[in-house]
Design a protein around this ligand. Structure first.
Ligand code: SAM
Length: 269
């Protein structure tokens, strides 16, 4: 059964961050805390945001595009950036991000995932986990509204150009076809400094995903189309990694066949 395109209005009306967190990231109920998170967090901790690899990225400003209500994707990045601007299209997601940043009692609990990242980075004692959380809360300076479908995704806010932009599981949500995905990448490129980096992690060959009981559409994109989009926009791709999805969650929550990690660069001129 084909899933009808989930419009911006559908997201505004029907994307519930509590259901989303429960479906995917809740420490007991979350369905993909295994394969996806292990892949995404490992790539971030051991490839992208570490001083010990040639691809290691660091700098002053990092933009997180389409964060949803999630912070897991920033746990390694906050070590090597001075200033993180996180963002999402939906107000209900931005409210959840603010709650976590303020340490509100009803904020989502990410401690299990923080511990996993600390283990990957070689410091898993409770003091290091506490410091990691404090560091991330200090480093995120803004939570903004973004729209991948706008030529200037942060309009009317004036954005400084970033040293790096990251985005997880986002662009396939609003982009209806590969052309729209390529345009969104072009819009993101304008937000990055010449010579700066973009790290995108998401799913391949997926047409839908669930948030609670609600089914959302997903752009079905394959490896060749993904690479062609990055090249058409003028990014260089030093690193592209794809792993097959082998996990069988207890319930049907999405039909991706693999996960991808792309680390690309905007040329200096
Ligand atoms: C599958 S969720 C991913 C959330 C989070 N990045 C994660 O890794 O779990 C898809 C996200 O796309 C966002 N989104 C929907 N329409 C958008 C648009 N036009 N521009 C930017 N983001 C959008 C939604 O608000 C939602 O947070």
């Amino acid at each position: 059964m084909e899933t009808p395109y989930s419009s911006s209005q559908t997201y505004i009306d029907e994307f519930d961050p509590v259901d989303y967190y429960r479906t995917y990231y809740h420490p007991e109920e979350g369905a993909i805390t295994g394969e996806w998170l292990h892949f995404a967090l490992r790539k971030a901790a051991l490839n992208s945001f570490t001083a010990t690899t040639v691809c290691g990225v660091k700098g002053d400003i990092l933009i997180d595009f389409g964060a949803g209500p999630a912070i897991y994707q920033l746990l390694s990045a906050c070590k090597v950036f001075n200033n993180i601007i996180t963002s999402d299209f939906l107000e209900q997601n931005r409210i959840q991000l603010q709650k976590w940043l303020r340490n509100d009692p009803d904020a989502f609990d990410w401690t299990k995932i923080v511990k996993f990242v600390c283990e990957l980075e070689g410091n898993s004692d409770s003091e290091s986990c506490k410091k990691k959380i404090e560091k991330l809360r200090r480093t995120v300076t803004k939570v903004l509204k973004c729209d991948a479908l706008k030529k200037n995704p942060y309009d009317p806010v004036e954005m400084p150009q970033a040293d790096c932009l990251i985005s997880c599981l986002c662009l396939e949500a609003p982009c209806k076809d590969v052309e729209s995905f390529t345009n969104a990448l072009r819009n993101l490129k304008a937000l990055i400094k010449p010579g700066g980096h973009i790290v995108i992690q998401s799913v391949l060959n997926c047409s839908y995903y669930y948030v609670g009981q609600k089914r959302f559409s997903c752009l079905t994109i394959n490896k060749e189309q993904l690479e062609a989009s990055f090249k058409e926009v003028g990014f260089e791709i030093p690193k592209l990694k794809i792993i097959p999805c082998t996990e069988n969650p207890k319930t049907d929550i999405g039909n991706q066949d693999s996960y991808y990690f792309v680390h690309a660069r905007k040329p200096c001129s």
